[in-house]
Every structure is written in structure tokens, then in C-alpha cells.
Design a protein around this ligand. Sequence first.
Ligand code: MN
Length: 198
Amino acid sequence: MVKKLQSYAKKRTFKETPEPKPKIKRSKGKAIFVIQQHHASHMHFDFRLEVDGVLKSWAVPKGPSTDPKIKRLAVQTEDHPLDYARFEGIIPHGYGAGTVIVWDTGTYKNITEKNGVSLSMPEACEHGHIKIVLNGKKLKGIYSLMRFKEHDWLLVKGVDAYADARRKPVATEKQSVLSTKTIEKLDKKFKKMQGSDE
Ligand code: MN
């Protein structure tokens, strides 16, 4: 087992979940990001950045904001395989059981600096301060992630032309960017499945 994805693998039984198997893989072009809406025991958004062959991951209970004045809690979770970026559907039972849609995805650019010197993504993760420019379908422009406790970070929109205090994309832009699915649609299917299980 590849050490980097050990924690991801340990939590799952791949005969029983449609989630991708743990495999280190890099994008051919620019590094990618993905934001998945995940209705497990609680609704949240998983914010993931490709770093060194895996997706560094944070669970954001309230989802990302486009308002630079709003700080969103982002709790770091286990690294996920790159293939996870295209996963949506139903996790029937076990860890993370519930529904998943790809709420946004695209490429990103690392612009993290410390004392005027550029930091690589692994350095930025270690340092606990990440600054990136997203080029997604819904989210664009600068975002920062700042660690304030062991696993607790804050996700904040940077001030730029894409900052918009009125937009509230989490509430108003609900469709998957890979399909026309919404989490509500999948939730109905999930409930039916659970009903027929018993
Ligand atoms: Mn999740």
C-alpha cells in the first residue's frame, strides 16, 4: 500500500464502495482542484487540491464563500486519490455513507509566498498558509487557507475582481458541474435504496 493514501484506504472497503481505489497519480497539465458537496451524517463541502500525486483535503461545513469578509472553517481530512476528483454518486454504507456531487472543479495556481519567497505546495501545506488562484466553473480568483490549530484551517476569498459579497454560490448554484445532478436529487435515491435494504 502506498503510504500517502494509507489512511484513505484504511477507512474504506473497496468491494463495498464505488469510491476510487488508492492510487498515486498526477495530472498531465496544470494541477487541479475539486469541491464536492457531500451529504454524509452532516452536509459539508470537501475542498481538495492536487499536491504531489494526491488530493489534499479539507471538509468545509458551510462551503466556500465569494465574500472576502467571510472566513469558513476547513477541517483537514485524509489525502484522497486524484481519481476522486471525478467521483459523484452514492456511498451506500460505511465511512462517509451518503451522497456526493462534484460541485466545482478546474485548475489552480499556487501563489504562496513567505517573506517574498515563493513556497511550493508541499511547503505551503507544511507551513500552514496556502494562497492559490482557482480557475473553476463556479469559483475563480484568489483563495487562502490558513491553519490556526492542528487540523483546523480557515478558507477565505481573496480581494480581487471575482470577490462578490452578494453571490452566495453554495445556496444558489446547486447543480453538479459534471452532470445536472443536485445533492437533493441523489438524497431521494439514497433514501429509496436504504428503504429497500431493510
Ligand atoms: Mn466528506
